[in-house]
Design a protein around this ligand. Structure first.
Ligand code: NAD
Length: 498
């Protein structure tokens, strides 16, 4: 018989982490907790495995990664069930999440060679006697630290790029979703049984800290901005480079020529999917005056149909409930109005869809990451005003624009790493687009070509193919040769308007 525990609170008993369902308290599974010694041992094993994995080359690794993709695709429903059990999210949402992960796995596997493989560079006239070669070499062992909200998609982004680039990975999943993390490593080991190419180490934040200090070549962190700073501080001790995928406060802008029902539907999906626990979730909408009333009515009508326990799952992390409640209370206390949900919406472990209007810009509901199924809608005069308010945040992860004539121009001016035009969150599902933010949302990129390059170091090699016509880099050059170099530079670069 499985014991019923405090919903959603990971417990550690005798070196074992016990994961529970946040809605029911049902036990989701048990995993061993690592200590600093165990992390060091995993990294030592990984170093050995890295030599073997690199030896497979791009083609051998592609073949293994494609097999893992196939296995995950075949067992997608099993993965979704494990994810639902551990996070409480609806199974359909877990399927959508897994589909995104499969897309990135497939893309990274198929494109790593073209993006990172050796190539010759074009000859430069002043150094024409040398041929340039460029290639991207793996770091060796990459540490991946993940969050709980998308426990399949968020780690598989960096894991698939890191592996395709020739690294091996030691992965520290969130203490709220260790079972999903273990599932990923176990299924990978089914297709790559020879060496520990993808290992997991479990535990709380201290295990993540130990991973940062374990001698890994790079760390890919996804989680909150506050933890990101601790990760950077730990990595700074040994100059370990990091990719930071942190929080957000994403905005949706609705212009006058937008398809209003489509914008409302996207706003509801973007803000309420996964009960709003989405780093790229829409938390604020800025809507131009002519379409404001229609937009608010459509959002209220659509969001009002969502039911907690069905489309809206529980809040996975119990202490987040207090933050959501504080944000709603602060918005209402400062003069905001709830047109759906509101003060009574918080009924742990659930929060009912809440739509707030007239919320002042200094409210925490506008300024800080809420991470719940809430949406503020603010009326603005025009797109310029929408952009000014949308960009008035320290975060800058994703965003969305609905409109026709100016939508792409508006999208370019949104201060963020990604924007969906006439959609929401779509950029996360495209294997060939980079993903990442600016400001407090982090730096570096996962996914796509930039994501692959993030997990490899550029290596430049020059090879002499003949004697130098313009020998600059030698003490044996003559004054006549220097004069020739000056002449050549003037000819090449000294013409035209200065
Ligand atoms: P979190 O920062 O609390 O934890 C993330 C991970 O860091 C966990 O595995 C945790 O154990 C580990 N950790 C905690 N302290 C650590 C330390 N001192 N050193 C090293 N590791 C440590 O975040 P969370 O609550 O799991 O996730 C939610 C947050 O993640 C939200 O802010 C959300 O916006 C963000 N997020 C961002 C993205 C993105 O791609 N930008 C994606 C998903 C979630």
């Amino acid at each position: 018989m499985t014991a019923t525990r405090v919903p959603g609170v990971p417990e550690i008993e005798d070196g074992v982490l016990i994961s529970t369902n946040p809605a029911t308290g049902e036990e989701a599974g048990r995993v061993p907790v690592a200590d600093a010694g165990a992390v060091a041992a995993a990294v030592a094993r990984a170093r050995e495995a890295a030599l073997w994995w690199q030896g497979l080359g791009f083609t051998g690794r592609k073949e293994r990664l494609v097999r893992w993709r196939t296995l995950v695709s075949r067992r997608i429903e099993e993965l979704a069930r494990v994810t639902r059990l551990e996070t409480g999210k609806p199974e359909a949402d877990a399927i959508v999440e897994a589909v995104g992960a499969i897309e990135h796995l497939d893309w990274a596997a198929h494109h790593a060679k073209a993006v990172l493989g050796p190539r010759r560079t074009r000859t430069r006239l002043l150094t024409a006697e040398h041929v340039g070669h460029l290639e991207y070499q793996p770091y060796g062992v990459v540490g991946v630290i993940g969050p709980w909200n998308y426990p399949i998609l968020t780690p598989i982004g960096p894991i698939s790029s890191a592996l395709a680039a020739g690294n091996v990975v030691v992965f520290k999943p969130s203490e709220y979703t260790p079972v999903v993390g273990q599932w990923l490593a176990d299924t990978f080991a089914e297709v790559v049984p020879e060496q520990p190419v993808l290992q997991v180490v479990h535990g709380l934040g201290d295990v993540g800290g130990a991973l940062c200090r374990s001698g890994v070549g790079k760390v890919a962190f996804t989680g909150s901005t506050a933890t990101a700073k601790k990760v950077m501080a730990a990595c700074a001790e040994n100059l370990v480079p990091v990719v930071i995928e942190a929080g957000g406060k994403d905005a949706l802008i609705v212009d006058a020529d937008a398809d209003v029902p489509a914008a409302a539907e996207a706003a509801v999906w973007g803000s309420m999917t996964n009960a709003g626990q989405t780093c790229i979730g829409i938390e604020r909408a800025y809507v131009v005056a002519p379409v404001y009333d229609r937009f608010v009515a459509a959002v209220v009508e659509k969001a009002g149909r969502l039911r907690t326990g069905h489309e809206i799952g529980p809040i996975t992390m119990p202490r987040q409930i207090d933050i959501i409640r504080d944000h709603i209370d602060d918005a209402l206390a400062k003069g905001g109005r709830a047109v759906l949900g509101g003060a009574g919406a918080v009924q742990p472990p659930y929060v009912a869809p809440t739509v707030l209007v007239d919320v002042p810009a200094d409210s925490s509901e506008i300024r800080d990451e809420t991470f719940g199924p809430t949406l503020t809608i603010t009326k603005v005069a025009d797109a310029d005003e929408a952009l000014r308010q949308a960009n008035d945040t320290s975060y800058g992860l994703g965003g969305a624009v609905f409109g026709k004539a100016n939508a792409v121009r508006i999208a370019r001016r949104l201060r963020s790493g990604m924007v969906a035009v006439n959609g929401t969150l779509t950029f996360v599902g495209m294997g060939n687009l980079p993903f990442g933010g600016v400001g407090d949302s982090g730096f570096g990129r996962i996914h796509g070509e930039d994501g692959l390059r993030e997990f490899a170091r550029a290596k430049a090699i020059t090879v002499r193919r003949g004697p130098s016509m313009l020998p600059a880099m030698t003490f044996e050059r003559t004054p006549a040769q220097v004069a020739r170099i000056v002449k050549a530079v003037r000819l090449l670069y000294g013409r035209g308007r200065a």
